[in-house]
Ligand binder design. Structure first.
Ligand SMILES: *Cc1c(COP(=O)(O)O)cnc(C)c1O
Length: 367
C-alpha cells in the first residue's frame, strides 16, 4: 500500500458516504466442509438446462454488448406470470431492482412505511438516497399488521411477503387491503421467498396501478451466483425504473445471465420438484426443532426462524459454528433470541440436528 502521510482514511469521502451504515451480508466462508445454512441459498443446483444455455451463450457473441432491455428475459418472465413483457423490469439481482425502485418512487416528502423487523437492506437504501423511513412495529407474534399501514400519510410502503427474517406470510386479501388503503403511493411487495408456500400478489397487478412486486432468481431458482431479479408492475411504474436504470447502467444483465435466467423459467418441472423438496424438508425440520424444545415461527420461506427458551441466540449460533454449521443470528432488538436457519438438503438438515443436539446439551440453561 502507498503510505498516505497524515491523512485520515475517510478524509476524501463525501459526507454521505461517511454516514453510511452498509448492509452486512451473511458470511461466505472460504473454508470448505462447513454446512452453510446462513444466507438462504437453495441447496440444489440450478436446472441442467440453465447450465446448457449458459454454455451455449458463452460460445458466441461475448464481444458484443447484451440487449439493454433484456427482451428475451422479460418475455420469458411475462409468459410465466401471465403478464405483458412491458410489465417486467429485470436487474442485476433483486437488490439492484429494489435500489432503483427506492430511488424512483420513495424520495417523497412523506415518509416511507417499513416494518421494524424486515430485510435490513431497505434501511440502507433509505440512507443512501436520503429517504425518510417510518418504522411500523410487527405485532407481538412478529407478524405484519396491515391495518397499521392504513390511513397514515405515506410516501410509499415496502414489505417483504413472506417477511424476512421471520418467514411468516400474509394472505392475498391482506395485501389487497394494504393496496387499497394507500392508493396514492407505491406499495412494494418483495416476494423473494414467495415460491416456498405463500400467495403471490402478481395477480393484483392489472387491478392495482400502485403495486410493484419484486422477485429474485437467487432463492427458488437456485441462481444466487448469476445475479438476476426483477420487478413486475403496470408499465407506468416500469417506465420509471427504466429511466433510473438508463441513468445508471444500461447493461445490468450480461448475456450469460439472460440465457441462464430464461432457461430457468422454461424448466418448470425442475422448479416444481426442487421447491417442493425444500418445503418438505422445512416441514420435517420444523417438527424436529419442536422436539428439541424450539419455538418455530410458521414459515412460508426456505428458512425457519426459531428460538430456544433456555438458550441465548448468539451463543447457540457460535456453538453451531464450532460444530461446522453456519446459521444466521441478528443482534437486533426483538429478534436477538432467534436463529434464522436456511433449509438444506436432507443430509444438511441431519448435520444441523446433530450439531444442535451437541450444542444444546453443552450449553444447557446457559442463558
Ligand atoms: C435474498 C433477498 C433479496 C436479494 O435477492 P438478490 O436477487 O440475490 O439480490 C431481496 N429481498 C429479500 C427479502 C431477500 O431475502
Amino acid at each position: 500500500m502507498v503510505p498516505r502521510a497524515q491523512m485520515a482514511n475517510d478524509a476524501l469521502w463525501s459526507p454521505v458516504v461517511r454516514g453510511l451504515v452498509p448492509y452486512t451480508p451473511g458470511e461466505q466462508p472460504r473454508l470448505s466442509g462447513l454446512v452453510k445454512l446462513n444466507t438462504n441459498e437453495n441447496p440444489y443446483p440450478p436446472s441442467p438446462r440453465v447450465i446448457d444455455a449458459i454454455t451455449a451463450a458463452a460460445q458466441q457473441g461475448l464481444q458484443l454488448y447484451p440487449d439493454p432491455e433484456s427482451t428475451a428475459l422479460r418475455q420469458a418472465i411475462g409468459t410465466y406470470h401471465g403478464l405483458d413483457a412491458a410489465c417486467i423490469f429485470p436487474g442485476n439481482g433483486s437488490d439492484e431492482v429494489l435500489a432503483h425502485a427506492f430511488f424512483a418512487f420513495f424520495q417523497q416528502t412523506q415518509p416511507l412505511l417499513v416494518p421494524d423487523v424486515t430485510y435490513s437492506f431497505y434501511r440502507v437504501y433509505c440512507q443512501l438516497y436520503g429517504i425518510r423511513a417510518q418504522l411500523v412495529p410487527l405485532d407481538a407474534s412478529l407478524q405484519i399488521h396491515v391495518a397499521d399501514y392504513a390511513a397514515r400519510p405515506a410516501g410509499g410502503v415496502v414489505i417483504a411477503n413472506p417477511n424476512a427474517p421471520t418467514g411468516t406470510a400474509l394472505p392475498l386479501a391482506e395485501i389487497e387491503s394494504l393496496l387499497s388503503s394507500q392508493p396514492d403511493t407505491v406499495v412494494l411487495v418483495d416476494e423473494a421467498y414467495v415460491d416456498f408456500g405463500a400467495q403471490s400478489a402478481m395477480a393484483l397487478i392489472p387491478s392495482h396501478p400502485n403495486l410493484l412486486v419484486v422477485h429474485t432468481l437467487s432463492k427458488s431458482r437456485s441462481l444466487a451466483g448469476l445475479r438476476v431479479g426483477f420487478a413486475a408492475g403496470q408499465p407506468h411504474l416500469i417506465d420509471a425504473l427504466v429511466r433510473v436504470k438508463n441513468s445508471f447502467n444500461s447493461y445490468p444483465l450480461d448475456r450469460l445471465a439472460v440465457a441462464g435466467a430464461v432457461a430457468a423459467y422454461e424448466d418448470v418441472a425442475y422448479f416444481e420438484q426442487t421447491r417442493h423438496a425444500v418445503m418438505q424438508s422445512r416441514d420435517a425440520l420444523t417438527l424436529e426443532l419442536w422436539r428439541l424444545g424450539f419455538e418455530v415461527l410458521p414459515s412460508a420461506a426456505n428458512f425457519v426462524f426459531a428460538r430456544h427458551p433456555a438458550h441465548d441466540g448468539a451463543a447457540l449460533a457460535a456453538r453451531l459454528r464450532e460444530h461446522g454449521v453456519l446459521v444466521r443470528h441478528f443482534a437486533q432488538p426483538r429478534i436477538d433470541p432467534y436463529l434464522r436457519i436456511t433449509i438444506g438438503t436432507p443430509t444438511q438438515c441431519e448435520a444441523l440436528m446433530r450439531a444442535l443436539k451437541h450444542s444444546l446439551s453443552f450449553g444447557a440453561a446457559q442463558k
